[in-house]
Design a protein. Structure first.
Length: 84
């Protein structure tokens, strides 16, 4: 019966709110979490293209496409054409 020992089920519950929950969420962050890229729009475009090339060489096609999409965004920002 699931309600025999409520203390043990309480111990298994995951935190949902507050600072402890945020820390728990960041500890289990996925490997694809992108670190912040600094610089001008042109530099960001070049950095995302470089990351796409690295992901392609590593065999991660999904990550490479994600990086190319970020690069395209920064290309549009650099050239003043940021409409979708």
């Amino acid at each position: 019966m699931p309600f025999d020992n409520p203390a043990s089920s309480r111990a298994r519950r995951q935190l949902r709110f507050g600072k402890a929950a945020q820390q728990q969420a960041t500890q289990g962050a996925p490997a694809r979490a992108h670190p912040k890229v600094n610089g001008s729009a042109e530099q960001r475009h070049a950095q995302w293209l470089a990351r796409a090339g690295e992901a392609e060489r590593a065999g991660d096609a999904v990550e490479a496409e994600t990086c190319r999409q970020y690069a395209e965004h920064w290309f549009r920002v650099a050239h003043g054409r940021n409409e979708p």
